[in-house]
Write a protein that binds this ligand. Structure first.
Ligand code: NAD
Length: 487
C-alpha cells in the first residue's frame, strides 16, 4: 500500500482520517489517501485566504506570476510519465491516453503563464470633463475547485492555470475516486516556488466538497462533475453568494450525413465514444446517422468496436480499459437493460466482462425503433453508443437538439453550406465539423443547459477569475463647492 498526503499551507500532512483507493483493474485496494475533515477544509481555505491577502503573492507582479506558472508547466512536462502512471493506476484510464493528455496539460499551464501579464483593465471615455475613470481587473479571491475522477490533472489545470494567472489562490478538492495524481501534482507544484497557500490540495467525498463549496471565505466555485452534484454546489455557493462555473455532463450528438467521408467518420466515432473508455464528458454518445447509409455505417462501426483491444490500463497496447468504479459498471448494465426493454437493439457488447476489475466492452445500441429509450437521454459515462437515424437535415437537427444537455456535437458532411446551417442550428458549446474531440488551451470549452455554464480554456476563462473595480479620479484643482449652497 502506498500512502499519499494532502497539501495545506505549503505543508504535506496525513490528515486525521484516511480511506483506501481501489485499483480499477483489479478491484483491490492499492493506496491510502487522507480524507479531509471539516477542520482540514477550513485550514486549507484559511491558508488560501492568508496567501491571497497577506503573502508576497498579493503584491507579486503579474509577470512574476507568469514565470512561476511557466516553471510549473516545465515541471509538469518533466514529471508527465510519473503523473500518467499514477492516474492510470488509480482511475483505470489507459496509459496511452494519460501519457498523451498529461504531456499536453503542461501546455495549458504554459498558455496561462503567457496570459498572466496580459489581463488588462480599461480606460473609459467618461462623460464628465474633470474626471478620469478606469477599470482595474483584480483577482476574484479564494477559489474552490472541485473535480471528478476522470482526467483530474487536465480538469484541474483548466481551473488552476487561469485562477493563478489572474492572481487568485485555490483550494482544490480531488475526487475521492482516484485522487493519487492530484496529490502527486501537489508535490510538483511545491517545487515550482509559489508562496505557501497559493494552492492547497485536499481530497475526500461529498462532505469535504460541501464544506469547501459552502465556505464563507470562498469567492468562486469552479466545478466539474455531474448535474446532480452541481445542484448541491449551487445551493452550497448560495451561502456565500459565490460565483460558479459548472462543467457538467453531456449526451453529445455525432451527426453523419450521407455525403460524409464514411471511413473518417467511423474512425472519429470510434474514438469519440470509446476513447477514455467512454468516460468523457464530450463523448459522442448519440450517433445520429442518415438512414441511407445507416446499415453500411453500423456494420463498419461494429467491426471496429469488436476489434478494439481491451486490456490492462498500464499496457500501451490497450485501447479500452476498465471503468473507474463498480458503480459505473452497474449503472451501464442497468441502463442497457432498461433501454432494451424500451425496444433498443443490442448491436454489440452490452455485458460486463468475466474477469476481475470493472471491465466493460464497447457497446452499440440501435434505438431507431425506440425513441424513448433512456440510453438516448441519460449519460452512461462508459463505452456505450446509442444510434438513431434520420431522413432529412431538419430531422437531424431536431434529434441533435432533443436533449437537456448542450456540451459538444460533431457534424460529418462534405457540404459547406449544410455544415454552416448545422453550426448555426446546434445548441451546444462546441461544434466539431469533420473532426471530433479536438481541444486546445486557446479554445473555450463548456456548455449550456444541464451541461452547465461558464467556459474553461482561452482568455475569457482568466477574465472570469477577475472582478472589475471602477476607479474615479477628479482632475480639477478647484475646491468642491458646498452642495447645499442653494438651500
Ligand atoms: P460527481 O458529480 O459525482 O463528483 C464530482 C466531484 O464532486 C467529486 O470530487 C465529488 O467528491 C464532489 N462532490 C460530490 N458531492 C458533493 C457535494 N454535495 N458538494 C460538493 N462536492 C461534491 O462526478 P463524477 O461521477 O466524479 O464524474 C462524472 C461526471 O463528471 C459526469 O457527469 C461527467 O460528464 C462529468 N464531467 C464533466 C466534464 C466537463 O468538462 N464538462 C469533464 C469530466 C467529467
Amino acid at each position: 500500500m502506498q500512502d499519499f498526503q494532502q497539501y495545506i499551507g505549503g505543508a504535506f500532512e496525513d490528515g486525521c482520517a484516511s480511506f483506501d483507493s481501489l485499483d480499477p483493474a483489479t478491484g483491490k485496494s492499492w493506496a491510502r489517501m487522507p480524507a479531509a475533515s471539516a477542520q482540514d477544509v477550513n485550514r486549507a481555505v484559511r491558508a488560501a485566504e492568508d496567501a491571497f491577502y497577506g503573502s508576497e503573492w498579493a503584491s507579486m507582479t503579474a509577470s512574476l506570476r507568469g514565470k512561476l506558472l511557466l516553471r510549473l508547466a516545465d515541471l509538469v512536462a518533466e514529471n508527465a510519465p510519473r503523473l500518467a502512471e499514477l492516474e492510470t493506476r488509480d482511475t483505470g484510464k489507459i496509459i496511452r491516453e494519460t501519457s498523451a493528455q498529461i504531456a499536453y496539460v503542461a501546455e495549458y499551464y504554459r498558455y496561462y503563464a503567457g496570459l498572466a501579464d496580459k489581463i488588462e483593465g480599461a480606460h473609459l471615455p467618461i462623460d464628465k470633463p474633470d474626471m478620469e475613470v478606469w477599470l482595474r481587473r483584480e483577482p476574484i479571491g479564494v477559489v474552490a475547485a472541485v473535480v471528478p475522477w476522470n482526467s483530474q490533472l487536465f480538469l484541474s489545470a483548466v481551473k488552476i492555470g487561469p485562477a493563478l494567472a489572474a492572481g487568485c489562490t485555490v483550494v482544490l478538492k480531488a475526487s475521492e475516486e482516484g485522487p493519487a495524481p492530484m496529490l502527486e501534482f501537489a508535490r510538483i507544484f511545491d517545487q515550482a516556488g509559489f508562496p505557501a497557500g497559493v494552492l492547497n490540495v485536499i481530497t475526500g467525498g461529498p462532505e469535504a466538497g460541501a464544506a469547501l463549496t459552502a465556505h464563507e471565505k470562498v469567492a468562486h466555485v469552479a466545478f466539474t462533475g455531474g448535474p446532480e452534484t452541481a445542484r448541491h454546489i449551487v445551493r452550497n455557493s448560495a451561502e456565500n453568494l459565490a460565483s460558479t462555473s459548472l462543467e457538467l455532463g453531456g449526451k453529445s450528438p455525432f451527426i453523419v450525413f450521407e455525403d460524409a467521408d464514411i471511413e473518417s467518420a467511423v474512425n472519429a466515432q470510434v474514438s469519440g465514444i470509446f476513447a477514455a473508455t467512454g468516460q468523457s464528458c464530450v463523448a459522442g454518445s448519440r450517433l445520429v446517422v442518415a438512414n441511407s447509409i445507416k446499415d453500411q455505417f453500423l456494420a463498419r462501426l461494429k467491426e471496429k468496436a469488436e476489434a478494439v483491444v481491451i486490456g490492462a490500463p498500464d499496457d500501451m497496447a490497450t485501447e479500452v480499459g476498465p471503468l473507474c468504479t463498480k458503480a459505473q459498471r452497474d449503472h451501464a448494465l442497468a441502463l442497457i437493460e432498461a433501454s432494451q426493454a424500451a425496444g433498443a437493439r443490442l448491436v454489440t457488447g452490452g455485458k460486463a466482462l468475466d474477469r476481475e476489475g470493472f471491465y466493460f466492452p464497447p457497446t452499440i445500441l440501435d434505438c431507431s425503433d425506440a425513441p424513448d429509450a433512456s440510453c438516448l437521454s441519460q449519460e452512461f459515462f462508459g463505452p456505450v453508443l446509442s444510434v438513431v437515424s434520420f431522413d432529412s437535415e431538419e430531422e437531424a437537427l431536431r434529434i441533435a437538439n432533443d436533449t437537456k444537455f448542450g456540451l459538444a456535437s460533431g457534424v460529418f458532411t462534405q457540404s459547406l453550406t449544410r455544415a454552416h446551417r448545422m453550426i448555426r442550428g446546434i445548441r451546444a458549446g462546441i461544434v466539431w465539423v469533420n473532426t471530433y474531440r479536438a481541444v486546445s488551451p486557446i479554445a473555450p470549452f463548456g456548455g449550456h443547459g444541464l451541461s452547465g455554464h461558464g467556459r474553461e480554456g482561452g482568455l475569457q476563462a482568466a477574465l472570469d477569475y477577475t472582478k472589475v473595480k471602477a476607479v474615479w479620479l477628479r482632475t480639477s484643482d478647484d475646491p468642491i463647492p458646498d452642495p447645499f449652497v442653494m438651500r
